[in-house]
Design a protein around this ligand. Structure first.
Ligand code: C2O
Ligand code: CU
Ligand code: CU
Length: 480
């Protein structure tokens, strides 16, 4: 059980650049935690479960009296939780009522390329789009968000994001909390930059594009410093770092330990005892926290940003009534097949760099081009991808006058496994299914991917949204 330090050289470097953000924090209202509603489905003649999402604009008061112009799915800000079960045929219908185009990408979902919602599945202003797919992956906390070239960061920042939860036989039969909104709590964590009036907008400067659009406050499900009344001895938190480019370290104020039970793509094989969790943008973790009957005082979940800001993400207040008893935590959660064990067909390398010509953000020296396929992959093969983050901070010091910035690497359409981090076996929390893996400056990470079921064009990219919009993305085509 270790404490995960955010490398201090990185924190220090980022602190310098986030001086621009020395704005006072907005006034929090201490309101109850909003829980995104579960989206109702209907069934059509083809026996598909049909979900309807409407992309809309709105406004909301987050703090003080100023309204922020926002975007949301079926509401002002964020979106409902879509809950599906393995084996189901699902069809999500999206109507874009905005005056600008968008896309809706299902992050972490294994599905056909045409339903992926990446930059190619553009939904024009006033247009609509449908994403049919069969749920075919283990239970997990996934999410959805826009993915249009160049405007992803702004659309997400203004509120377009929602959760997609997959259930299966395993998740329904393990003794872990699963009453949505009661002891199974989704937490969408987003750092935001509030102005003095108590509203926020997206106006990145040049350094913001490199170092990320950091902020001075944290929204938890769209609320500032909310609280949750706890009625159970054990609570499961589904954590999503929904920030644009901020890495968050999450821990409790009394430094209590808890168990991580799932990573991006589903359950770990066994619960991992931890005192903190570090999530880069787009990553998820599920944790369970215990509230022993006898000393059940309030406890605060803190989120520390890369720039050293410390936010109250959620106050958990045990109810004064007797808390519902929790069964012992299972010692085994799921079995995860070893993807590399059946042989590796091919290896590739990806170098993420902030030192391209004219300070461009590149992968293998190139910025994203919609008309270029960067990698061609054979269907039904297994590959090892080695990703390295060039430059700066940790290893090489300053190079090319540019200091190191963190990145991560996300792959569409599948869940992969982490084989090694800087030549070593990954820590237990990285031994489950992942779709996004963090890279500190100088890091080298190997992942194993299995390409199955679907051909077509998918994306890989840095999920720091400012980097993604600046072109730190590429495409791979899966072919028969
Ligand atoms: Cu969540 Cu291509 O992204
Ligand atoms: Cu994705
Ligand atoms: Cu990046």
């Amino acid at each position: 059980m270790t404490r995960t330090p955010i490398p201090t050289s990185v924190a220090a470097v980022l602190a310098v650049f986030t001086l621009v953000v020395l704005l006072p924090a907005p006034v929090a209202l201490a309101s109850p935690l909003p829980i995104p509603p579960l989206l109702e489905a209907s069934t059509n003649a083809r026996d598909e479960r049909v979900f309807d999402l409407r992309v809309q604009s709105g406004s909301r008061k987050f703090s003080g009296n100023t309204r922020t112009d926002t975007l949301g799915y079926n509401g002002d800000y964020l979106g409902p939780t879509i809950r599906v079960r393995r084996g189901e045929d699902v069809r999500i219908r999206v109507r874009n009522t905005l005056s600008e185009p968008t896309t809706v990408h299902w992050h972490g979902v294994h599905l056909p390329a045409a339903s992926d919602g990446g930059p190619h599945q553009r939904i024009s202003a006033g247009g609509s789009w449908e994403a049919p797919f069969t749920v075919d992956q283990p239970a997990a906390t996934l999410w959805y968000h826009p993915h249009l070239m160049g405007t992803t960061a702004e659309q997400v920042y203004r509120g377009l994001a929602g959760l997609l939860i997959v259930d299966d036989e395993v998740s329904e039969n393990r003794d872990v909390p699963r009453e949505y909104g009661r002891d199974d709590i989704p937490l969408v964590l987003q750092e935001r930059r509030f102005g003095r009036g108590g509203s926020f907008e997206y106006r990145p400067s040049m350094p913001d594009l490199m170092h990320g659009y950091g902020g001075n406050a944290l929204l938890t499900n769209g609320a500032l410093e909310p609280y949750l009344t706890v009625r159970d001895e054990r609570v499961r938190l589904r954590l999503l770092n929904g920030s644009n480019s901020t890495v968050l370290r999450l821990a409790f104020d009394d430094e209590r330990s808890f168990h991580q039970i799932a990573s991006d793509g589903g359950f770990l094989e066994a619960p991992v005892e931890r005192r903190d969790v570090v999530l880069s943008p787009g990553e998820r973790a599920e944790i369970v926290v215990d509230f022993p009957r006898r000393d059940a005082g309030p406890v605060t979940l803190f989120a520390e940003s890369t720039s050293g800001r410390r936010y109250r993400a959620l106050e958990l207040r045990p109810a004064t009534t007797v808390l519902r008893e929790a069964p012992p935590l299972p010692t085994r959660l799921a079995s995860i097949p070893d993807l590399a064990s059946s042989g590796v067909d091919r290896r590739r390398r990806f170098v993420m760099s902030t030192m391209g010509r004219g300070g461009r953000l590149t992968i293998n020296g190139r910025t994203m081009d919609m008309d270029r396929i960067d990698e061609v992959v054979q269907l039904d093969t297994t590959e090892i991808w080695e990703i390295s983050s060039e430059g700066g901070g940790m290893r090489g010091g300053m190079r090319g006058g540019m200091m190191g910035v963190p990145h991560n690497f996300h792959v569409h359409g599948l869940q992969f496994q982490v084989l090694s981090v800087n030549g070593r076996r990954p820590p237990p929390e990285l031994r489950g299914w992942k779709d996004t893996v963090p890279l500190w400056p100088g890091d080298r990470v190997q992942i194993v991917l299995r390409f199955e079921n679907y051909t077509g064009v998918f994306m890989y990219h840095c999920h720091f949204l400012e980097h993604e919009d600046e072109g730190m993305m590429g495409q791979f085509a899966v072919r028969r």
